[in-house]
Design a protein around this ligand. Structure first.
Ligand code: KMH
Ligand code: ZN
Length: 270
């Protein structure tokens, strides 16, 4: 099996300091969390941005500051979010792609997202894929529901995303596909064999889904964006403990961890 790429999703858009005091908010705090996650074994960082009040923002200049600071502190592949937060416009969400990061998320369809609706109609997907192509940014196709795989393959058929594709199966969002090995296996078997994939289990599903990925030959995403607890009732003291634990699990199961240069080679970026 190829080495394991661990993606650290260090902040996200939904959480507040009331949820966990370990949430990074300023560019400096986000870069610090990225560095600690990389030192722990992450080779990709999935980034969101927050404004001066700690609210989610897709502002290009805030992302620029975050991306520059992360680049100064670690060698991980930088992946910006184009999901942003529920309710943001397409224009707003697309801004960080202009910074030409190596990767950006691209959600392959609309889905219920808790009480909200995460809107990704076909015209938005096309526009995002075209922008990524124009800026030489590799999409990470975010799959929240099984039907989204068909949307991603439609984008490929139209020449808007190029193989080998990289997917991230986000399992366990309320309103979307539940986390579980059966669903994960179905998704992993639904994508072209040349693809790479990772899984992001939400909440208490983060560790079991990462462990399943280690065994199945996929890759794993962990971090506070998806899960703030280290174990039931105990907050994780930042992102690094969540990364360190997957490193330990992988090594116990005989899977080595990809360094950033190895992650670039597996993902075909950089
Ligand atoms: N915050 C969610 C609505 C992404 O980063 O592309 C969307 C999200 C996915 O986090
Ligand atoms: Zn995200």
């Amino acid at each position: 099996m190829e080495k394991l790429i661990i993606t650290a999703a260090v902040v996200g858009a939904e959480l507040t300091r009331e949820d966990t005091p370990y949430l990074p908010l300023t560019p400096e705090e986000i870069a610090g969390e990225a560095r600690r996650a990389c030192e722990a074994g992450a080779s990709v960082v999935h980034l969101h941005a927050r404004d001066a009040e700690g609210r989610p923002t897709q502002d290009r200049e805030v992302y620029r500051e975050i991306v520059n600071r992360v680049r100064e502190r670690c060698e991980a592949v930088i992946q910006v979010s184009t999901g942003g937060a529920v309710g943001m416009s397409a224009e707003e969400r697309l801004q960080p792609v202009e910074l030409q990061p190596e990767m950006a998320s691209l959600t392959a369809g609309t889905v219920n997202f808790g009480d909200g609706v995460f809107l990704n109609p076909r015209d938005l997907m096309v526009r995002f894929a075209e922008a990524m192509k124009a800026h030489n940014v590799k999409p990470e196709l975010e799959i929240f529901d099984a039907g989204m795989v068909a949307n991603a393959l439609w984008l490929e058929k139209k020449g808007l995303v190029a193989p080998p594709l990289h997917f991230d199966f986000v399992l366990g969002v309320p309103g979307a596909l539940p986390a579980g090995v059966k669903n994960l296996l179905h998704l992993a078997e639904s994508i072209p064999s040349s693809s790479t994939w990772s899984v992001a289990g939400i909440g208490r599903h983060q560790l079991p889904m990462a462990a399943a990925a280690v065994l199945m030959g996929g890759h794993a995403r962990v971090g506070l964006e998806d899960n703030i607890f280290y174990r039931a009732g105990e907050l994780s003291r930042g992102n690094a403990p969540l990364v360190e634990r997957v490193v330990r699990v992988a090594r116990e199961l005989g899977r080595e961890i990809a360094a950033p240069a190895e992650a670039r080679s597996i993902l075909g970026v950089g």
